[in-house]
Design a binder for this molecule. Sequence first.
Ligand SMILES: [Fe+2]
Length: 287
Amino acid sequence: MTAFDYLPPLSHDDQAIAPDHGLFAVQPLTGGLGAEIDGVDLAKPLDDEMKSALRQALLHHLALVFRDQRLGPDELVALGHAFGDLHVNPFVAGLESHPEIMQIRSEENEEARFAGRWHSDITWEERPSLGSLLYAKTIPPYGGDTLFANMYLAYESLSPTMRRTLDGLRGEHTAFQGHARDAAFAEAPEKVVHPLVRTHPETGRKALFVNEYFTRGIDGMTSDEAAPILDFLYRHMVRPEFTCRVRWGEGALVFWDNRCTQHYAANDYPGSKRLMWRVTINGDKPY
Ligand SMILES: [Fe+2]
């Protein structure tokens, strides 16, 4: 390999559409990941066949976009429960009536926002999230998109030597990385350690599992040693070929897999308000 190597063509066709089951239409967003799903009313209880088809679509496309949904808090919580137990964030207050619903709220003139760094949700937990469902309540007239990146492709496009090197490493994650260390975070674990490369428990595929927001080092390395590896990975893992960008509309819902993707909220809507509701599905311990 030389310094002039280009990224090889993506070796795995993640976006090939599965055989038509007649339950909904699937339109991939890019060659990297993501699909629009048309023909599902998420406010209605999902039967087993629909749940299983949506889970298969999620495992295949990693981020599913549903448009024009009408969900109250009960419907959103029921939808999340269809795919697992829900996380209650100890640091960010949820809706009073529904603590599982985290409000991601940006006011018109607020500068500090939930935005601006690639991450996978709650990797500072021993058992990070399986997936998140984010529902758009109020959106700016333009801007505030969310970008997603495919961590399988990020891993698979590395050289065999780099993959072998990373396979043995473990990343240190902390909730303090992305937030001010204040009393609200006093109960958070100081750090948790996860493999830098995890095996997806349902697909068996390996994915990079390290992120700029919550990862603060590599277990057993000095920060000087870890920094160039992490810097390289943070640049590599979000190459445009691995990503898609979702433009929100009111009533849009995105369901993504936190085990093999990362996301980024663009903070490009100064003077506008944005309100999203999120439910976060509990996952298992990465291996
Ligand atoms: Fe997030």
